[in-house]
Design a protein around this ligand. Structure first.
Ligand code: IMP
Length: 192
């Protein structure tokens, strides 16, 4: 049986390996490196909107079934910020340390530390758009702990745990993470 090719618009090698591993050998995940350079700008104001925009844009270019993911951290006391702007919270060329510093500053004096990470995956096969979502709830602590992971991991403690995402092995994190949940829901759909 020939493999089903699917395009995943990412430059993140870890995400590619992770999803290829979950989907198994009946699927071949292609990414930017397999095509001439192109890009789809994230101009929407919601994660779902951006994920859909990208999946459709990828399809127009590649003519393959396509999916994209969009993730972010939503903090209750900040009305859901940084949300869709998580990667560039402290400015266009900001990095994880600057983003976390801004978030912790905005959280000073706030007693409600509730937050959630959310991932939305959009899959477009040329006819239909499908969405898969993953959410993990937790708390924002006052100072970063741990060196693993990326982004806001050092300041996020998932509910039911006493350590941050940055203190977990990647397998432990992905078993409960927003991305892990969304990817497994997507894989269940493709493998149904
Ligand atoms: P992306 O859509 O997966 O590229 O995520 C956008 C931004 O959300 C990242 O640049 C991070 O700032 C944040 N983010 C998403 N997922 C995670 C995570 O698992 N841990 C920490 N930060 C994350």
């Amino acid at each position: 049986m020939s493999k089903q090719q699917i395009f995943f618009g990412t430059n993140n090698a870890n995400k590619l390996v992770e999803i290829q591993h979950i989907l198994g050998e009946n699927f071949e995940i292609l990414s930017y490196k397999d095509f001439p350079p192109f890009d789809v700008a994230e101009t929407e104001t919601t994660m779902q909107g951006n994920a859909a925009l990208k999946a459709k844009g990828f399809y127009d270019f590649t003519q393959l079934p396509c999916f994209s993911d969009d993730s972010g951290l939503e903090v209750s006391a900040l009305n859901g910020e940084p949300g869709v702007y998580s990667a560039r919270y402290a400015g266009e060329s900001s990095n994880a340390a600057a983003n976390m510093a801004k978030l912790l500053q905005n959280m000073e004096g706030k007693s409600n530390r509730n937050a959630q990470f959310r991932t939305v995956i959009a899959y477009f096969d040329g006819k239909e758009m499908k969405f898969f979502e993953g959410i993990v709830k937790g708390k924002i602590i006052v100072e970063g702990i741990g060196t693993g992971g990326f982004g806001y991991d050092p300041i996020f403690v998932p509910d039911g745990y006493e350590k941050t995402f940055a203190q977990m092995e990647s397998g432990e994190k992905h078993a409960i993470s927003h991305r892990g949940i969304a990817v497994r829901a997507f894989a269940d759909y493709l493998l149904r």
